[in-house]
Design a protein around this ligand. Structure first.
Ligand code: PRP
Ligand code: URA
Length: 212
C-alpha cells in the first residue's frame, strides 16, 4: 500500500516468519499465544526506540560513570480486549515497570461497529507514553474508538501497535489519528464481506483464548 507518514511497517524477518506461523489454521492455541507474545516483544523493540532517556550515575567495578536509562516509569500499555491481552506480556518483558490499562470493545457482528464495555487507564495518563496493542486492525473502528477514548481521558503521546492490518484500517487510523504513530507487522490484501482480514489469521481473540 502507499507510504503514509505516521505508519511504520515492521518487516523484520523474525516478525514476518512468526506472522506466517500465526496464519496457519493448524497452529494450536498454545503455540498461537506464544507467537503473539513473541511478535509483540519484537515489534515493541522497534516501536519504543524513541523512548525518552535520562543519564544517571552508576558505579562500575572500575569507576563511577554517567549512563543512559529509560526516563521515569511513565509508560502505559493498553490492550484492546480481548485479543490485545495476548500482546501485553511480550511488551512487559521489555518494559517491566510499565502500567497496564484496559479498553473493552467488541465488534457488533451485524454493523461491525465497536461497542465499548470497559475502560480503566493508569494515572496520570496525560504524562505517559501510551502503547495501545491489538493484533488485528481491520476496519479500524475498534482502534479508532479506543484512541478517541484515550484522548478523551487526557492521553497525548500515543502509539498503536498491531500484528496484521487491512489497508482500510491503516488509512482510517492515518486519517482520524494523524498524531498517533501506527506500527504494523504486515498489511494484508483486503477485508471480506464480514470485515475479516484476507488472508489474515481468522478471529484473533478466539485463537488466543481457544473459544469457538
Ligand atoms: C477484533 C480485534 C480488534 C477488532 C478489529 O476484536 O481484536 O479489536 O476485531 O476489527 P476492526 O478494526 O474492524 O474494529 P473482536 O471485536 O473480535 O473482539 P475480541 O478481541 O473480544 O474477540
Ligand atoms: N478481528 C479479527 O480477529 N480478525 C479479523 O480478520 C478481523 C477482525
Amino acid at each position: 500500500m502507499e507510504h503514509l507518514d505516521n505508519v511504520t511497517i515492521l518487516d523484520h524477518p523474525l516478525i514476518q516468519h512468526k506472522i506466517s506461523m500465526l496464519r496457519d489454521k493448524n497452529t494450536g492455541t498454545n503455540e498461537f499465544r506464544t507467537l503473539v507474545s513473541e511478535i509483540a516483544m519484537l515489534e515493541a523493540y522497534d516501536a519504543l526506540r524513541d523512548l525518552p532517556m535520562e543519564e544517571k550515575e552508576v558505579e562500575t567495578p572500575i569507576e563511577k560513570t554517567m549512563a543512559p536509562f529509560i526516563a521515569g516509569k511513565k509508560m502505559a500499555i493498553v490492550p484492546i480486549l480481548r485479543a490485545g491481552l495476548g500482546m501485553v506480556d511480550g511488551v512487559l518483558k521489555l518494559v517491566p515497570t510499565a502500567k497496564v490499562g484496559h479498553i473493552g470493545l467488541f465488534r457488533d457482528p451485524e454493523t461491525h461497529e465497536p461497542q465499548e464495555y470497559y475502560c480503566k487507564l493508569p494515572k496520570p495518563i496525560e504524562l505517559r507514553t501510551i502503547l495501545v496493542v491489538d493484533p488485528m486492525l481491520a476496519t479500524g473502528g475498534s482502534g479508532s474508538a479506543a484512541l478517541n477514548f484515550i484522548k478523551q481521558h487526557g492521553g497525548k503521546k500515543i502509539k498503536f501497535m498491531c500484528i496484521i492490518a487491512a489497508p482500510e484500517g491503516v488509512r482510517r487510523i492515518h486519517e482520524e489519528h494523524p498524531d498517533v504513530q501506527l506500527y504494523v507487522g504486515h498489511v494484508d490484501r483486503c477485508l471480506n464481506e464480514d470485515a475479516y482480514i484476507c488472508p489474515g489469521l481468522g478471529d484473533a481473540g478466539d485463537r488466543i483464548f481457544g473459544t469457538k
